[in-house]
Design a protein. Structure first.
Length: 107
């Protein structure tokens, strides 16, 4: 397994944790079983087609994260700040909670 894939797996784990998503959720999005996702994370290579799906998921903000049901497509100001902070945490390879703790803040 390449170091690049190992690093990407670490980023996937952080991303899932920061959004409280499970391996089961990711499995559903990738059209595989949860045990397949667990195998990917533990010891197997993630197939290229599935990497593409995961990268796409990680690069977009899903509607339920951006705005509550019934609201406009524009995120509220506090949601926009949260998204910005999540992005900064992600860039540094941290969860949002870890990023804020390092800055002396909390959720």
């Amino acid at each position: 397994m390449t170091q690049e894939q190992d690093e990407f797996k670490h980023r996937i784990k952080l991303w899932l944790k920061s959004r409280s998503y499970t391996y089961g959720w990711l499995a559903e999005k990738c059209f595989v079983t949860e045990s397949t996702v667990r195998n990917w994370m533990a010891r197997r290579r993630i197939p290229a087609a599935k990497l593409h799906i995961i990268r796409n998921l990680m690069s977009q903000q899903l509607p339920e994260q951006v705005a509550p049901r019934g609201s406009t497509n524009q995120p509220r100001e506090d949601e926009a700040v949260r998204l910005l902070l999540e992005r900064q945490a992600y860039i540094q390879g941290k969860t949002l909670r870890e990023y804020l703790a390092d800055a002396g803040l909390s959720l």
